[in-house]
Design a protein around this ligand. Structure first.
Ligand code: PRX
Length: 654
């Protein structure tokens, strides 16, 4: 029986590089789990241009936190994304750059992107950057950002892109911790018509990061000022560099990039992704989940500062010779029709965005959507946070006219690519089978395990909930935390030995479909931005007036979650509370970024704690949500009356 299932799967595998039929999914998924090496061997062989074949398909052991794929193989990722396509597609648009200025886009062909990449790679070489060196990237959403990433890939340097909304201090820490040798920035970014002084932020950041020897400054708004001996004009350097640069041949498991993300404890960590496994996974998921077909115009409106921008703006689409849109603006600039005007003008086939933007846009009149022609759209995607059924339905009905499947994709910085989504396995002729708010089906090779936190065992069957784990290694998983492999093992592999633990909760419904139920650790999700409660608390307690703080998420109509902070002041403090709150909020903005500012700060005399002194966050979270009862067992609280004391203080700020 098993043999026959395997046999059928093998014949289906010949069609697996084109989108599989929904009826094929159960067989193929089962095969991909039971014969994982065989499955991924075929995908990697077909998708990647290897300079030298690999000797081992996978060498993994979750118990030991070891993940290696295609070991011994040699390749260059930028060659796979660019050079490989030049023979037949050199004049095809690789990037459509949707500039912030409304109504304007620029076309960058594969030939032009190859040339930009080679020039930047040569600039890096000429400044002594080579294989293994870290490169900080703090740039606006523009083709140069993609070319810088690919230039690093070309020479084996490790890019570390930092979202251009992070503050100087957050950037400085990331440059310092990664020991960046050089960094890239622009004079200014422009978003929603507003100018953001990237260069001055970089100037401050570099003071914290002595390893940075050069800062390459791109001209985005005509205001480049080279103020330090480290500063170099990127355009002048590129003009003087050759447009050819031979790709460095790298090992499958050499690092490709690192990207910082927040966890429940400690400072943000730099997850490291490697070459071949990541490329295979990003490219294959892009093709299958979005139903990408040659000549489609594909738009993921995420920023390259996040993993979504890495996997589904740059690496995945370019590996499929796609035309990928880079979106520099905001969803409501100059008005809430911006996305859909762009869809009409660029004839976008796949649109991938964030639930927070959907929730924002559905508040405006539908006419901002319907006045534009969206007939090109075939797939709508969401990522980064749960999408509530109401927002899902608006996206499906109004934006997609009821004919485009919404793929709600669950994944993480750590997984490198999408792990759960309705497609493949979706019947294109029966979209009523979609479930608003459910990510639904594990991708090929993804073995989702719901674990019991009490017994630490896997919960079988349907209509069950548990901690969401992954039972088998996939090629796109991050390999380590930069400079701290122990932390990687402890964070992801210690809670459930033999499993990767995501930090999320999951529910498998009666039909076997997966729903995400939110984080089970102290990580918040603000407009799809991941933030540890401890990170925000760390800033608050640095204020001279603050004795103690506790930060919890609070439901927010647009952002999904907003930040709610409780602080206890030191006894001697006698300053106006509004002044204090503003100071604290400004500190968070300076130390992390504006997006981390709390919705509300409550100054309180005490916090509910267990007798051993542990803050009872469960109670604080419920209070912040405006709940008046249902606090569960408060008998372990050292002083249950504090809950009553807090209620009016919370009510006063919400
Ligand atoms: O809690 C999950 C949530 O975002 C977290 C990962 O954040 P990050 O590493 O920044 O990556 C975001 C982009 C992939 C997850 O642990 N999350 C992501 N996608 C979904 C989601 N929660 C519910 N539904 C989703 N589709």
């Amino acid at each position: 029986m098993l043999h026959r299932a395997g046999h059928t799967a093998r014949s289906l595998l010949s069609t697996v590089t084109s989108a599989a039929l929904s009826t094929d999914y159960p067989t193929l998924h089962q095969h991909s789990i039971e014969s994982s090496d065989e499955f991924w061997n075929q995908i990697a062989t077909e998708r990647i241009h290897w300079r030298e074949p690999y000797q081992t398909i996978s060498d993994c052991n979750f118990k030991a936190g070891k993940v290696n794929w295609f070991t011994g193989g040699k390749l260059n990722v930028s060659e796979n994304l660019l050079d490989r396509h030049l023979v037949e597609h050199s004049d095809k648009a690789a990037i459509l750059w949707e500039r912030d200025e409304p109504g304007q886009h620029e076309i960058v062909t594969y030939k032009a992107l190859h040339e930009m990449t080679c020039r930047i790679a040569n600039v890096l070489n000429s400044h002594g950057v080579s294989k293994g060196d870290r490169v900080g990237v703090y740039l606006p959403m523009c083709p140069t950002a993609a070319a810088v990433m690919l230039a690093c890939a070309r020479i084996g340097a490790i890019h570390n892109v930092v979202f251009a909304g992070f503050s100087a201090e957050a950037l400085g820490k990331r440059l310092e911790q990664s020991e960046a040798k050089v960094a890239f920035t622009a004079d200014r970014a422009i978003r929603g018509g507003k100018l953001i002084p990237l260069k001055s932020i970089m100037d401050e950041a570099v003071k914290m990061a002595p390893s940075v020897q050069k800062v390459f400054v791109m001209d985005r708004t005509g205001a480049v000022e080279l103020t330090s001996s480290k500063d170099v004009s990127l355009e002048s350097e590129m003009a003087g560099a050759s447009s050819e640069c031979a790709p460095v041949v790298l090992d499958s498991e050499d690092p490709l990039f690192m990207l910082y993300t927040s966890g429940s404890t400690g400072a943000p960590k730099g997850l490291v992704h490697t070459q071949a496994g990541y490329l295979t996974y990003a490219g294959y998921t892009h093709q299958q989940i979005f139903d990408y077909k040659p000549d489609d115009v594909y738009a993921c409106v995420a920023d390259v500062g996040w993993i979504t921008g890495h996997s589904y703006v740059v690496y995945g689409p370019l590996s499929n010779t796609a035309t990928t849109v880079m979106f520099e603006s905001t969803p409501n600039y100059p008005d809430p029709g911006r996305y859909w005007e762009t869809v009409e003008r660029l004839k976008i086939n796949q649109f991938y965005g964030a639930p927070t933007a959907v929730r924002l846009l559905m508040k405006s009149s539908d006419s901002y959507v319907t006045k534009y022609d969206r007939s090109s759209l075939r797939t709508l995607g969401t990522v980064g946070e749960p999408i509530n059924p109401k927002a899902w339905q608006w996206y499906f009905d109004v934006v997609g006219e009821g004919r485009c499947p919404v793929v709600d994709t669950w994944w993480q910085t750590e997984t490198g690519g999408i792990m759960i989504a309705p497609r493949p396995g979706l019947d294109p002729n029966n979209l009523t089978n979609l479930k608003p708010g459910a990510a639904m089906r594990p991708f090929y090779g993804v073995d989702i395990a719901l674990m019991s936190p009490d017994t630490k065992t896997r919960i079988e069957g349907n209509d069950v909930a548990g901690h969401l784990c992954i039972a088998q290694p996939t090629p796109g998983l991050a390999r380590t935390v930069y400079g701290d492999h122990e932390r990687y093992i402890k964070t992801y592999f210690a809670d459930y030995p033999g499993y990767y633990f995501s930090g999320d909760g999951g529910y498998r419904d009666e039909d076997g479909h997966i729903w995400l139920t939110g984080r089970v650790d102290d990580v918040m999700n603000v407009s799809g931005h991941r933030l540890g409660t401890a990170e925000v608390e760390g800033v608050l307690v640095d204020h001279v007036a603050v004795a103690e703080s506790a930060v919890v998420p609070r439901p927010h109509e647009i952002k999904g979650e907003g930040i709610f902070a409780y602080v206890i002041l030191k006894e001697s403090v006698d300053i106006d509370h509004d002044v204090l709150k503003k100071e604290m909020s400004d500190m968070i903005s300076t130390r992390i970024g504006k997006f981390a500012k709390p919705e509300a700060i409550v100054i309180c005399p005490n916090l509910p704690k267990t007798r051993s002194g542990k803050i009872m966050r469960r109670i604080l979270t419920k209070l912040a949500a405006g709940e008046k009862d249902g606090f569960g067992d408060v008998s372990t609280c050292s002083d249950p009356s504090i809950v009553e004391t807090l209620m009016p203080l919370v009510d006063a700020v919400i």
